[in-house]
Design a protein around this ligand. Structure first.
Ligand code: NDP
Length: 281
């Protein structure tokens, strides 16, 4: 829970700021949208499931907080353009873009249909590129924040997740370059890497054929909560952080993969092979 002082501070800093959150119909994105709305921001939620978005926005509005939604498939450039245009039409600008929409996979590369990798890149990477392209002029004008929700899989390869890791590595390279290109503009760029977080991601993860996995191999209730991740985002923005890695394992990875990469390889191999029904044996 936030103390009253922290709440007042967050409320002051984020009041009336315009935030776009992609992938806001579930899990981490939904929690981030609710968190910013509670801090007094004007939040635009984006995802494909209109019904879920509508329900979440109604619940936010019932608390006299400001939120709207636009049905968006981030893998489509025209949807991302429309998302930004409609947000500006409604709220006047964009202060913060949270590129959160994402899907995962679970299959060894030797078995996987390449369409799975295309789908992952189109959603995770190209979705980030498209939304950023159209929001960037507003973010720069406001000295705002450009956020990418990544993963430890963006710091080191995760077996059984080639497309997922590749998409997160690509996001890192993309966002890092945007940060450098805008060093003199006051744009803030942050990559946040949650740990395993309770959400729908593993249920919707694509298997070798492209079908959804349908269940989670993890005990979801024991994982990090989306609400915890959501509380970290505004804190990172206030501190203008470049990276927020939310677990010790993640920090270990980011630090040691350059020093003792083989040890990190084996620890990833061992950890992922222990998952029930893991394709990594
Ligand atoms: P969820 O599956 O719960 O949420 C994913 C969100 O992305 C949903 O709102 C979904 O909405 C949206 N989405 C998927 N495809 C598209 C698309 N083409 N266009 C628009 N929206 C889309 O998963 P999480 O909350 O866990 O995932 C959010 C982010 O967090 C992802 O980027 C993920 O990589 C990252 N992450 C998650 C971790 C975890 O363990 N949960 C760990 C580390 C990082 P809809 O289906 O309605 O379009």
């Amino acid at each position: 829970m936030l103390s009253r002082t922290n709440f007042n501070m967050m409320n002051k800093l984020f009041k009336d700021k315009v935030i776009i959150v992609t992938g806001a119909s579930s899990g981490i994105g939904e929690a981030i949208a609710r968190e910013f709305a509670a801090n007094g921001s004007k939040v635009m939620l984006a995802a494909r499931s209109e019904e879920k978005l509508s329900m979440i926005v109604d619940q936010i509005n019932e608390k006299k907080q400001e939120a709207s939604f636009i049905k968006t498939d981030v893998s489509l450039e025209q949807d991302c353009r429309k998302l930004v245009e409609k947000t500006v039409e409604k709220y006047g600008t964009v202060n913060i873009l949270v590129n959160n929409a994402g899907i995962s996979m679970r299959a060894l590369f030797k078995d996987v249909d390449l369409k799975v990798l295309h789908t992952l890149m189109n959603t995770n990477f190209w979705g980030t590129v498209y939304c950023t392209k159209y929001a960037l002029p507003y973010l720069i004008a406001n000295k705002g924040s450009l956020i990418g929700v990544s993963s430890v899989a963006g710091f080191h390869g995760l077996p059984g997740r080639t497309g997922y890791s590749a998409s997160k590595f690509a996001i890192h390279g993309f966002l890092e370059t945007i940060r450098i290109e805008n060093l003199k503009n006051g744009l803030h760029v942050m990559i946040i890497a949650p740990g395993f977080t309770a959400s729908e991601i593993r249920v919707h993860a694509l298997t070798a054929t492209g079908a959804e996995q349908g269940t989670s191999p993890r005990k979801e209730k024991r994982l990090m909560t989306p609400q915890y991740v959501a509380k970290c985002v505004p804190k990172g923005i206030v501190k203008r952080k470049r990276n927020m890695i939310l677990t010790w394992e993640g920090r270990f990875t980011a630090l040691f993969q350059r020093i003792i990469p083989t040890v990190v390889d084996w620890s990833y191999y061992t950890a992922m092979s222990r998952e029930p029904d893991s394709p990594v044996k």
